[in-house]
Write a protein that binds this ligand. Structure first.
Ligand code: URA
Length: 471
């Protein structure tokens, strides 16, 4: 019998004792304190000191899922632990009914936690000994108070507060966090000054021109509205949105489009110069004027390749990134840093290589103040091959190393997987050799440090083969 439903420590102690005693899930019946005393009333033996070996990720998930309100959770979690003792890879078996249930329950808890972080609204109670105190009433779908309290502790460290839910309360007073029994809504004041601040804030961030009711409902489900001071303003704000947009239209000042200016300064230049490109210097200028595809519209400049015209090895990347777009040089940002280190390890001198990209303009999606890299399409790569071919004709390298799939497409004109081409020396039309390897930014994105280290080693090995070939 669990005296506090949803308490992980209590369930874990019981489960440990049972697992260590070899008690199968069928032999256990779980109930909680609310359901009355157990039939036999005998306390569980203290868990033995022996350590049970269970995957850490499973324990972490169990710590969340135990908060689920479904009464069958303690038993189901126990069955999963029991099975995991014999099957270390149980969690990866996503078609297994228990595992599927576990992941879904975990998702429901994480969503509930996210909503609680977002929708707890404190009311001011007063001030004592130089510390303000606040209280909030919240009704989570599950018993997640202990999972969420540390978040509020970090965020509101400098004040005293209590969060009351129907199941339990968390109290942060004099920098100590304690828990107590559940409460009721009327223990917390229904309105205060802070409430007005929430409403003003919400009114200010509400954008009448971007009303997406379905998305708003998904983010702020209706069941939370009754405890959100700002929720009562939603209906009037929505009702007024159309008229406000109309007013905004009437009074709007239209800003000059900076792209129009950029275009204007380019028009007088001779766009037809492309065919006169005789040197890498001409080419760099012509690349910057390129309008063959729309990518030039948003990029700062076209970024041509760089390196000696007599380079024996040409390295081809995908497209300039954010830094490259600003500096006008290839591989000077984070991926360039990874590349530089790998080149040095492989014994290659960057200054003696010709570095370029399959696509010469930065393709990105604006996100706030940031510009997020977007992969070029096959069409964009194929259009830009015009420039890559000119660079190849001017440099005439013995060996080309393609970094990533876009570079491979740019050089060969075909879509092939890097995996199928890697590890071998290929020959292009005209006798130029080709080594296909990964893009350095792939290493930056790998979450698993062990796999990233392995991939990096293979990348350096590919570059070292290029050096040996050139030697
Ligand atoms: N990634 C590339 O492919 N090229 C660059 O120049 C920079 C990042």
């Amino acid at each position: 019998m669990l005296s506090v439903p949803g308490d992980f420590a209590e369930w874990r102690n019981a489960a440990r004792g049972l697992l260590a005693g070899g008690i199968s899930p069928e032999e256990v019946s779980w109930c909680d304190g609310e359901e009355g005393a157990s039939l036999f009333g005998d306390a569980l033996a203290a868990p033995p000191a022996e350590r049970l070996s269970l995957p850490r990720q499973l324990i972490e998930i169990a710590e969340r899922v135990i908060c689920h309100r479904d009464a069958g959770v303690p038993a189901r979690l126990y069955r999963i632990m029991w099975r995991a003792l014999d099957d270390r890879h149980l969690l990866a078996r996503t078609t297994d009914a228990d595992v599927d249930w576990l992941h879904k329950a975990d998702k429901a808890i994480r969503r509930d936690v996210h909503k609680m972080h977002a929708f707890v609204r404190f009311r001011r109670l007063g001030e004592a000994n130089g510390r303000e105190s606040f209280a909030a009433w919240f009704e989570p779908s599950h018993r997640i108070l202990r999972l969420t309290a540390p978040f509020f502790q970090r965020r509101f460290f400098g004040m005293d507060w209590a969060i009351l839910t129907p199941d339990a309360r968390a109290i942060w007073r004099a920098e100590t966090l304690t828990y107590g029994p559940g409460g009721t809504r009327d223990e917390v004041p229904q309105s205060d000054l802070v409430e007005d601040q929430w409403r003003t804030y919400y009114g200010a961030i509400f954008n009448p021109a971007r009303v997406k009711v379905a998305a708003m409902r998904a983010e702020m489900p209706k069941k939370y509205w009754k405890n959100l001071p700002e929720a009562r303003d939603i209906a009037p704000l929505l009702a007024e949105a159309g008229a406000r947009v109309e007013r905004m239209r009437e009074t709007a000042v239209s800003l000059a489009n900076p792209l129009t200016d950029k275009w204007r300064t380019r028009v007088p230049e001779e766009l037809a110069l492309d065919d006169d490109v005789k040197t890498l210097g001409d080419l760099a200028k012509a690349v910057d004027r390129c309008t063959r595809c729309p990518l030039y519209c948003h990029a700062t400049q076209g970024v041509a390749g760089e390196g000696p015209a007599a380079a024996r090895i040409m390295l081809v990347g995908e497209q300039p990134g954010d830094r490259e777009d600003i500096e006008g040089r290839p591989f000077v940002g984070p991926a360039g840093q990874v590349l530089n280190e790998a080149l040095a390890e492989a014994g290659l001198d960057r200054a003696r290589l010709f570095l370029t990209n399959a696509v010469k303009h930065f393709k990105f999606e604006p996100r706030g103040k940031r510009r997020l890299h977007q992969n070029p399409t096959t069409g964009e790569i194929d259009i830009c091959r015009w420039w890559l071919d000119k660079e190849r004709a001017l440099v005439r390298p013995d060996l080309i190393v393609t970094l990533g799939a876009s570079a491979l497409r740019g050089v060969t004109g075909k879509s092939a997987s890097i995996k199928s081409m890697r590890g071998a020396m290929h020959e292009l039309e005209g006798g130029t050799k080709l080594i296909a390897t990964i893009h350095p930014s792939y290493l930056l994105r790998m979450p698993d440090p062990v796999r990233a280290a392995e991939e990096r080693e293979a990348f350096v090995a590919d570059l070292a083969r290029a050096r040996k070939h050139a030697a």
